[in-house]
Structure formats: structure tokens, C-alpha cells
Design a protein. Structure first.
Length: 450
């Protein structure tokens, strides 16, 4: 492998997969997480994943969290384990720029060996592919394209991975081959943030009969993420809640992330009774709720109508959730919807509500609460008494309802009466068209037997 040092500290490699235009984190805007540090056990968080899945999440976390030499060192080691030289060189350069006193030198020997290993592996697979193409061995051609796609995916070169996965489709001869291709394309499309492609390929899998629980779970995970990306939080929560968490493999998201996604989506889009059936009484998530007391606490706080406690717990976790690869674009929207839904559920049982007590329940002041309620009144049958600081529900006018029903009945009676008068006039004038065949049968004389 050819290695040469440049003034920028980067290396020109014979084999260097490009991740710059295929990393999901590059499509996200960097967020402001300054202030209090995020209380997250990064080792246990990343320990739920392995391979390129782990590297993608760790890179997104490090790129968006407060600069830390420990995080960069962990990213560097993970990139070396995954043999991803692009992430490795970027992390070393970022560490030297953000923490010059703790900068480390590039491991030229590791880069040379890794480049040689990856180049030899690609050359060997491509050589096998040529020989299989000459012998017209379709199964081995398909399998080699699949192996090349897996190799490029592990290295972070998602564009080449998709190219080889799509080529493997031309040589699929069984239903299992087609399903393997679709799952591979869906996995890469998720990390590329191509949600339209994810949705289209998921629809194609619906025409294939399959009973493998692992495959069904992977499809549901991708479907839930796709619904969440389109802000269909109600449907996303329903899908996440249906996922079984037994015998979990190296999926794109962990069971604990499924619990968090399902919790936030359900709080933002479900009413209290529906939320109870979906999560509180869901035995599938019980063991994970017990292992995640923070999630369990704010879930039961909202269920018990302790809105101030629940919203405060969520606010403490907001920065942590913004560092999640898939949850990041939806955190602000989900939190706003959860607060609005909490305001509606708080006021639902009452005809009038003192805004001062309501402000205390939501840990805010009356003026701020009034501004929030103004946006909700447009979709809620209620009125704000700004002078007395009272929120009033719009009562149904029973007198108006009865009058409206009477008018509807009178109109129906008038229409039926007019129809009967017209029918009577037609019969009287003899304008009824008779069935000719039936008339002839009736007029035919009956012959008596002699």
C-alpha cells in the first residue's frame, strides 16, 4: 500500500473507503450541548452494539457531544477494531485540534497493514467474482456480491455497499435470496437517511411469506424508524410496542432504544388510556423498564398525572436523547407534543380551571402558560379568561342541538311527503310503465281440459 504524509496530517492510501458523504451524522446539524455535561455511561451505551453499527453511533455521539479526549480515544480504538481508516484519521486529527495537549500520532504501521489487508481482500473477492462470471455460476456470483457489499458496509463505504447489494439481486433465485437482498438494502438505506427507499423496500417484503422472528423484527425496526422519520409518532409507537425483545441480535437499535422511542412517541400521540394499554400493561417491555429506572419513572409520572415530575425528568434527559443517532431530529418536536398533550389531559376533566394552579402543576409562570394555551385553544374547545386567569371549556348548547335535530327531522319529513305526493299523482295519471312480459302472462286465457 502506498502511504505518504501530507501537510494536513492526512494520508493518501491506495484503499480508503469514503465515509464523508455516506455518514448519517453528516446530514444532521451540529447541536448545542454546552452547559451541564450529559450524564450518560458511554461504555454501556456503545456496548449494546458491535461492528459498524457501534462505530456509526459512537461517531455521531462524539461529533455532537462536548469535546472530550476520552471520547475521541474511544472512537479511535473502535475505528481501529472496525478497520475503518477514514474514521480513524478523522478522529486523530479532531483530537489534535480540540485537545492539543493530549494529541496522539497516527499509527502509520497500522494504516499500512490495514490498507494492505483490505486491498487484498477486495482483490481476492473481485478475482473470485470474475472466475464465477466466466463459469456462469449464478449462486456464487450472488454470494460474492453480497460478501463485497458486507465488506464495504463494515468499512463504512455505504455507496459501494449498495452497488454490490443491488447487483446481487440479479442473481437471486430463491425467496430467501430476495429477502437477504432486501434486508441488506434496508439496513444501508437507514444509515443513509433514505427513508423513501426504506419504505419502498419494506413494502416489497410484504409480498414475501416469512415467519422468521428475527427477520420480522428487523423489518419492524426499520418500519418504526421510517414512521418516526415522517413524524407519524402514533404509528411508530404502535410498531415499536409490537417488537419482541427476546434473543436480540446486533440490530440497528438496541432494546433499550426501542423502549425510549416507543415511550416518547406514545406520550406524544396517545391518550392516557391508550398509553396504559400500549406500554404500562405491556409485558414485553417490563424487564427493560425495570432496568431503566429513569424511563420507568417518567412513564409512571405521566400515567399518574404528575406532569411536573414527568416533564422535569424528560428535560433532564433531553441532552442525552439529542445525542442519539435516530432520535436527534425529533427530540424538540416530541417534547413539545408531549407537553401539549399533557396540558390537554390535565384540563380534560374540568369545565373551568384556575391557570395559577395549572402553572404550578407544570412548573411555569402564568404568563408563559397563557401563551402555550393560546396555541392549543385553536384545536381545543376552550376559552381563555385572561383577566381572571381562568381557562373555560366550551359547553355544549343542548337547546341548539335539540333545535338542530328538529330542523333535520322536519326536512326529512318534508322530503318523504313530497315523494309520496309525486308517487300518488303518477299512479292516478296512469303513467306507470308495466312489465310487458308479465302483462301478457296475466292476460293469457286459461284452457280447461276436455
Amino acid at each position: 500500500a502506498e502511504v505518504s504524509t501530507q501537510t494536513t496530517g492526512r494520508f493518501k492510501l491506495k484503499y480508503q473507503p469514503q465515509l464523508n458523504n455516506t455518514n448519517l451524522s453528516s446530514t444532521m446539524e451540529p447541536m448545542d450541548v454546552e452547559g451541564s455535561p450529559v450524564c450518560l455511561d458511554l461504555d454501556s451505551y456503545i456496548g449494546q452494539y458491535s461492528g459498524n453499527v457501534c462505530l456509526q453511533r459512537l461517531k455521531f455521539y462524539v461529533d455532537n457531544a462536548r469535546p472530550s479526549s476520552e471520547n475521541y480515544r474511544l472512537l479511535i480504538q473502535t475505528a481501529m477494531d472496525c478497520k475503518n481508516m477514514t474514521v480513524y484519521t478523522d478522529a486523530v486529527e479532531a483530537l489534535s485540534n480540540t485537545c492539543p495537549s493530549e494529541a496522539i500520532a497516527l499509527n502509520v504501521e497500522w494504516i499500512t497493514q490495514t490498507s494492505k489487508y483490505l486491498t487484498n481482500k477486495v482483490d481476492r473477492l473481485e478475482q473470485d467474482l470474475k472466475s464465477y462470471q466466466l463459469s456462469q455460476d449464478k449462486e456464487n456470483i450472488r454470494r460474492t456480491h453480497q460478501m463485497l457489499g458486507d465488506h464495504y458496509h463494515d468499512c463504512g463505504d455505504l455507496s459501494n455497499a449498495i452497488k454490490h447489494y443491488q447487483k446481487s439481486r440479479d442473481y437471486a433465485t430463491t425467496v430467501n435470496h430476495t429477502m437477504e437482498f432486501l434486508l441488506s438494502i434496508i439496513k444501508v438505506s437507514v444509515y443513509l437517511n433514505h427513508w423513501t427507499s426504506v419504505s419502498n423496500y419494506i413494502k416489497k417484503t410484504e409480498h414475501i411469506e416469512n415467519s422468521d422472528p428475527k427477520i420480522l423484527r428487523r423489518l419492524n425496526l426499520a418500519k418504526g424508524l421510517c414512521e418516526m422519520s415522517q413524524k407519524n409518532y402514533h404509528q411508530a409507537a404502535k410498531i415499536f410496542a409490537s417488537i419482541t425483545c427476546d434473543n436480540w441480535d446486533n440490530e440497528i437499535i438496541s432494546p433499550l432504544c426501542v423502549l425510549v422511542y416507543c415511550s416518547l412517541c406514545s406520550l406524544a400521540s396517545y391518550k392516557r388510556t391508550d398509553f396504559q394499554k400500549l406500554l404500562i400493561e405491556n409485558n414485553n417491555f417490563k424487564q427493560f423498564m425495570d432496568s431503566q429506572p429513569t424511563v420507568r419513572n417518567y412513564l409512571f409520572a405521566f400515567y399518574n398525572r404528575e406532569y411536573s415530575t414527568g416533564l422535569k425528568s424528560l428535560e433532564n434527559l433531553k441532552k442525552e436523547y439529542k445525542l442519539d443517532l435516530f432520535l436527534n431530529p425529533h427530540v424538540d418536536d416530541l417534547f413539545d407534543r408531549i407537553r401539549n398533550e399533557s396540558l390537554r389531559q390535565y384540563f380534560a376533566p374540568y369545565l373551568t380551571c384556575d391557570m395559577r394552579k395549572m402553572a404550578e402543576a407544570f412548573n411555569t409562570n402564568v404568563d408563559s402558560l397563557e401563551l402555550e394555551l393560546m396555541s392549543l385553544v385553536a384545536h381545543q374547545p376552550a376559552k381563555i379568561d385572561s383577566h381572571n386567569k381562568v381557562l373555560r371549556a366550551c359547553e355544549d348548547d343542548e337547546r341548539a342541538k335539540i333545535l338542530e335535530n328538529v330542523l333535520d327531522l322536519s326536512l326529512t319529513y318534508k322530503q318523504k311527503t313530497q315523494a309520496l305526493v309525486v308517487k300518488s299523482a303518477i299512479l292516478k295519471a296512469g303513467l306507470v310503465i308495466k312489465n310487458t312480459a308479465m302483462s301478457m302472462e296475466q292476460e293469457k286465457p286459461t284452457t280447461s281440459s276436455t
